[in-house]
Ligand binder design. Structure first.
Ligand SMILES: NC(=O)c1ccc[n+]([C@@H]2O[C@H](COP(=O)([O-])OP(=O)(O)OC[C@H]3O[C@@H](n4cnc5c(N)ncnc54)[C@H](O)[C@@H]3O)[C@@H](O)[C@H]2O)c1
Ligand SMILES: [Zn+2]
Length: 363
């Protein structure tokens, strides 16, 4: 069943995304990169993956590499900071890791972002391989080379664009992913359909049962289609100068809601609410019909994503959205739907329009 997606960076072939149902092919792809068995491997992971799956992965690397170590930190966004990076640097130094050696990010987006950043900066850059294990990291964070950590209260404030040598997914690991994390990942996946492919959005609607019951073929097809969309966008715009901003659909208000709710809601849930608001404005501007708008909300609800939030003030959401680092000359670059499956950047919305969108999702 396996699927491969080649990714280019600045028009040159760069790395492969490999979708598999197990780890059987992993070493084939790793060896293809020309690594020698004397190169050292450090598997970076979090406490949940360590307990569930690290042993299996380590024994696979042990079968070829002479020295394989692991570094694990407490699961969660709270660990995605420079303190953890520093501990990882120390571990690498103690074990004499040099420029030839390799980091493996084994976990969700937190592990991927932190490991990528460490790889980008340790000895001015060493190789790293992504083995994303959460749905969100498989379809989103492991592709596109954005790495980084949070700094004080600022999310992703310190980072680098740095490409992995390989992204290998064992989709069967999704079996142990908590349901709410799966649903959070669905937020990004539905986003991919809405911004780039109506056919894909429709496909998800008709494959709801198979997706939610984790049928391997349906999940593989879904992750594959999402990775293709993300790959195409980041290849066209690797440093987020234009088209890549479309991936922020639902995120401008979503991030504000995430912050104001003190991260008590999952990222995908906040993005769902943000997308519902953006869909409302797309309808108000006459781009999509009332029916299409209602259907988008229904699909979100069906997949378990909220389309409204309580306990927040519209004015606060607007203020926090405006303080987001992705503004241009004081204007929010808001992403709207031209049609279902086609997004565009609208930099000219008034505060009044934004407030009406926000109010549409307040309970
Ligand atoms: N670099 C990018 O382009 C990019 C894009 C989107 C998000 N991100 C970042 O990604 C992070 C969010 O990623 P995430 O949602 O994967 O969060 P996460 O890494 O915290 O993983 C979510 C939870 O699921 C657990 N988990 C992961 N895979 C599992 C599995 N197979 N079985 C059991 N438990 C499993 C983790 O231990 C964790 O508790 C954020 O820090 C965000 O900023 C980065
Ligand atoms: Zn997101």
């Amino acid at each position: 069943m396996s699927k491969i997606i080649p990714v280019s960076y600045e028009s040159k072939p760069c790395y492969k995304i490999v979708l598999e149902q197990d780890f059987e092919q992993l070493m084939e792809y790793v060896k293809e990169l020309g690594y020698r068995s004397s190169q050292k491997i450090c598997i970076v992971t979090d406490s949940n993956l360590e307990a569930l799956h690290l042993q299996e992965l380590k024994s696979i690397f042990d079968s070829y590499f002479e020295k394989v170590i692991s570094f694990s930190f407490s699961a969660g966004e709270e660990s995605k900071n420079l303190d953890t990076v520093q501990k990882l640097y120390e571990e690498l130094i103690i074990h004499h890791f040099d420029r030839q050696d390799i980091l493996v990010a084994f976990g969700g987006g937190v592990v991927g972002d932190l490991t990528g950043f460490t790889a980008a900066t340790y000895l001015r850059g060493i190789d790293f391989i992504q083995i994303p294990t959460s749905l969100l990291s498989q379809v989103d964070s492991s592709i596109g080379g954005k790495t980084g950590v949070d700094f004080s209260q600022y999310k992703n404030m310190v980072g680098a664009f740095y490409q992995p040598r390989l992204v290998y997914m064992n989709l069967s690991l999704l079996q142990t992913l908590p349901k709410e994390q799966f649903i959070s990942g669905m937020g990004e996946i539905l986003k991919h359909g809405l911004i780039k492919s109506k056919a894909y959005f429709e496909w998800m609607k008709s494959n709801y049962e198979a997706i939610m019951s984790l049928e391997p073929e349906a999940v593989e097809e879904m992750v594959y289609q999402s990775c293709l969309i993300k790959r195409n966008v980041v290849e066209n715009d690797p440093k987020e100068k234009g088209e890549r901003a479309l991936l922020n659909f639902g995120h401008t208000l979503g991030h504000a809601i995430e912050k104001l709710s003190d991260f008590s809601l999952f990222h995908g849930q906040c993005v769902g609410i943000g997308m519902a608001a953006a869909a409302y404005l797309s309808k108000e501007l006459g781009h999509i019909s009332e029916n299409e708008y209602m259907e988008i909300l229904d699909v979100f609800k069906h997949f378990g994503l909220p389309v409204s939030v309580s306990g927040l003030l519209a004015q606060d959401i607007l203020e926090v959205s405006k303080s987001d680092k992705k503004m241009v000359a004081g204007k929010i670059k808001f992403i709207l739907l031209e049609a279902v499956g086609c997004a565009y950047i609208n930099p000219n919305l008034t505060d009044g329009q934004l407030m009406s969108a926000i109010e549409s999702v307040l309970k």
